[in-house]
Write a protein that binds this ligand. Structure first.
Ligand code: MRU
Length: 357
């Protein structure tokens, strides 16, 4: 029994050369699709979180680069490549933390590097973007299978932010084990942290879990401790934007607090992430760039009138890192990496190299 949610996060219209996204700024009230044909539109959609979540950002950027190639495919090779490299820089700068963004851009670029003339290079780039999209579906399904084995009938699961289908192509990462276990007949109760300040948990995770018929309870971020203390949580599953070589896992702000709480209460804390999210070039979480976002997200967004005094200083980091010592396992498409992570993550990457030839 497969899981199929009644919406697509991100698809590509090959006939019209348009990236089609479900605009996540409108959820859950409205399901609005947007068609993006210019790379600047793709960058802006990533910046405002109309498309978001590490894997989905990667897929969007991959097609964004192709859109430039399509536009410039009739030009001289030198103009074509100058435009492609400028667009690569522009898209890479859209958001700094999710490594999937540059990973996907460089894959698309790498696939076309030797191709000549521009029209052939553009076709290679589209093939690679399609491959990334298709691969993400398979990768999320594998994470779902490995992760579902960690869950038992009757378990309570807590998750933070949104690492579901809305953050990827299908199923997502942290929600994939929940969907897979649910389709296997395991009854789960999921607690979704609302995830201040952008409310991805309330707006997105609750929306998609309910669409899949999963028993969902929304809590404010500051209620997680109480829910754990009540004995209602048997596992925490979260996604990641970047995993460092030592196993530090960077994810939505608040994740490190959830990890600390889970450890305090003796609850396993799992990070679900494709190998595309592992960045062995970052030795630890301290090397991961953390996006800072606008103060208004904290002081006024979602409120009818501003709720904080004008001029107050605001600290609004979008991500934090769960230290590796707090992480029980990292569920990837090649299996579950366990401590010590320096060795197990390197092994995952070795398997990946071997598998991809
Ligand atoms: O700022 P967002 O909404 O893009 O943050 C998303 C997250 O933190 C997700 O947990 C992460 O990208 C993993 S998505 C599978």
């Amino acid at each position: 029994m497969g899981v199929c949610l009644p919406f697509e996060t991100i698809t590509f219209d090959h006939a019209q050369h348009a990236l089609v996204i479900l605009d996540q700024t409108k959820l859950p009230g409205e399901q609005v699709q947007r068609r993006l044909t210019a790379p600047e539109e793709v960058r802006d959609a990533i910046r405002v979180l109309a498309v978001r979540g590490a894997p989905a950002i990667g897929v969007a950027a991959a097609y964004g680069l192709y859109l430039v190639a399509y536009r410039l495919s009739g030009q001289e090779a030198s103009d074509f490549w100058a435009g492609i490299h400028a667009a690569r820089e522009m898209l890479a700068a859209a958001r700094p933390t999710a490594v999937n963004l540059v990973w996907a851009l460089d894959r698309v670029l790498g696939a076309a590097q030797q191709a000549d003339p521009p029209a052939i290079a553009a076709a290679s780039m589209l093939r690679e973007a399609d491959a990334i999209w298709e691969e993400d579906i398979r990768v999320c399904a594998r994470i779902g299978e490995y992760g579902a084995a960690l869950l038992s009938d009757g378990d309570g699961v807590l998750t933070h932010c949104n690492a579901g289908q809305l953050a990827a192509t299908r199923l997502g990462t942290a929600l994939a084990p929940i969907y897979t276990a649910h389709s296997q007949g395991k009854r789960l109760r999921v607690f979704a942290d609302e995830t201040r300040p952008l409310l991805q948990g309330a707006r997105l995770t609750a929306f998609e879990l309910m669409a899949a018929g999963v028993d969902t309870t929304l809590i404010c971020d500051n209620m997680a401790s109480q829910v754990m203390k009540n004995g209602w949580v048997q596992a925490v599953l979260v996604g990641a934007d970047r995993v460092a070589a030592n196993g530090d896992c960077c994810n939505k702000i608040g994740t490190s607090g959830v990890a600390v709480l889970a450890n305090y209460y003796g609850i396993p804390f799992y990070v679900c992430a494709p190998t595309a999210t592992i960045d062995l070039a970052c030795a630890s979480g301290a090397d991961i760039p953390i996006e800072q976002r606008a103060a208004e997200e904290v002081t006024e967004l979602w409120y009818e009138t501003r709720m904080a005094p004008a001029g107050v200083q605001v600290y609004n980091p979008a991500f934090d890192c769960a230290e590796h010592g707090l992480v029980s396992g990292i569920v990837t498409e090649f299996g579950i990496a366990r401590p010590p992570y320096a060795a197990s993550l390197a092994e995952m990457m070795r398997i990946k190299e071997e598998t991809n030839g």
